[in-house]
Write a protein that binds this ligand. Structure first.
Ligand code: PRP
Length: 173
């Protein structure tokens, strides 16, 4: 297994996260949000961006998984539900990456049934070329090519999530 050179460095990630937080703060000015992180992958991006968003917020998490090694199974498993009631609240979903879009499709449909005042999606990475369902993303950090990436929360078999940068992952065997 090889970890290639950074696709996005610590500095690039920080700069882009600041830009996204500025836009989100401006869009939600005067309102309170509930930021919902999709674990595990979003833990690092979530932690960085919520520190920079300048509106009152509550936080919550969902735990969902659909990947085995480098492939989406197409089936989304939920391991933990929301603890907050989101009815009439402004929900901001925070993801590390959108690939096929199936995870967010499931989550979005499930949350809309709970009647939030609004629901927007913020993702750090967008692998748009792999999309299998039409889903609108409100805030996107970077669009990336069809390469498997790790680091900054993203994993291969639950490893490499702690790398502070995004790197392209190559499997040698
Ligand atoms: C990853 C990632 C997203 C999802 C995106 O999660 O964190 O939630 O896949 O893929 P999709 O758009 O094809 O659905 P994963 O299932 O690997 O679980 P993890 O967050 O625990 O790593």
């Amino acid at each position: 297994m090889i970890i290639g050179k950074p696709l996005f460095s610590v500095e690039q990630i920080q700069k882009r996260t600041e830009e996204m937080a500025t836009k989100i703060s401006s869009d939600y000015k005067g309102r309170e949000i509930i930021a919902v992180g999709i674990l595990k992958g979003a833990f690092m991006f979530f932690s960085d961006i919520v520190k920079l968003i300048q509106v009152p917020m509550a936080i919550d998490f969902l735990i969902a998984s659909s990947y085995v090694k480098t492939h989406s199974t197409g089936k989304v498993n939920f391991h933990a539900e929301l603890r907050e009631n989101i009815k009439d609240r402004h929900v901001l979903l925070i993801e590390d990456i959108v690939d096929t879009g199936l995870t967010l499709r499931n989550i979005k449909d499930m949350l809309l049934a709970k009647n939030p005042a609004s629901l927007k999606i913020c993702t750090f990475l967008d692998k748009k070329i792999r999309r299998q369902t039409d889903i609108h993303l409100d805030y996107i950090g970077f669009e990336i090519p069809d390469k498997f990436v790790v680091g900054y929360g993203l994993d291969y078999e639950n490893k490499f999530r702690n790398l502070p940068y995004i790197a392209i992952f190559k499997k040698t065997s």
